[in-house]
Design a protein around this ligand. Sequence first.
Ligand code: KG4
Ligand code: ZN
Length: 333
Amino acid sequence: MKILAIESSCDETATAIVEDGREVLASVINSQVAEHQKYGGVVPEIASRRHAENIVEITEKVLADANMSLSEVDAIAVTYAPGLIGALLVGVNFAKGLSLASGKPLIPVHHIRGHIAANYITHPDLKPPFLCLVVSGGHSHIIEVKDYTEFKTIGKTRDDAAGEAFDKAARSMGFCYPGGIYIDKAAQLGNPKAYKLPIPHVDGSPYDFSFSGLKTAVINLVHNTTQKGETIDNNDLAASFQHTVCKILTDKLMLAAEHSGYKNIVVAGGVSANSGLRASLQAACKSHGYRLYLPALSLCGDNAAMIGAQAYYEYLCGNVADLSLNGCASVPI
Ligand code: KG4
Ligand code: ZN
């Protein structure tokens, strides 16, 4: 089954054609990052307008790249939630138009389910059940993936998402948006023990995260140091911050795995590209005897291939929408 997938939940307009949930026939990503960088973050209205301008062209391109016409596609999939509502609505309405014009079924896909499904493309042998750490700009969740369309969240952030903390800490260090990748690069040149940063304690669930105190500690450290006329070593601060975030994520994920009994551990979302996190999880999983699945670097950030992968499994279990499908800014997985 060949699915044409559309993703427009944030600042990437993306299309892909994916066969049977596993094989990417073509994938196109049009990133708006350079434009949003001027404002230090994503400007929702600009994002929606750019999606509206780009979506037809990148759909034509993905069909051309796959050497297919719309009539050869078996279904249309689209990210309907969560995300920026104006941005989502562009993709949802466009997908509805394609479905109406072609008579093909319309498959709604949850963005986070899509991030998890990026791993089905990278690892053809991967099947649920498994335990998944989802770390993106808007999410930090530990999720039991019981089946392709059955999920149970057992831990989540109480405040900032991991990617959000990376981006805000990066901003205080003078890096441009989105700063996660710049922290990753700087951290490779720094000493992770140079600055002592707090590991937040979260009352209640042992698998919940909190990153806002850590982020604020970085911002205050930069502010107080420069106020005194002293300089911060950005490489050392990036390494110390990244080391602390990776320790928090790794420790909680290992605890959750130990308690829940899962031996297959999967990571998803933009922050799964972080080299420190990949190394830390690799070491921890090796010492616990767990098998670790990481998405290919090209599939960590937002893309439509992951939406096409998840759409296949949504379709198999009957999750098909009619033309009243709406976008939604926030929906639990
Ligand atoms: O999944 P994603 O592309 O979009 C959302 O659904 O949010 O994640 C974007 C987030 C941003 O916060 C970005 O800074 C972060 O992923 N990110 C990274 C790295 N690459 C992207 N964070 C740390 N290290 C990286 N190498
Ligand atoms: Zn995402």
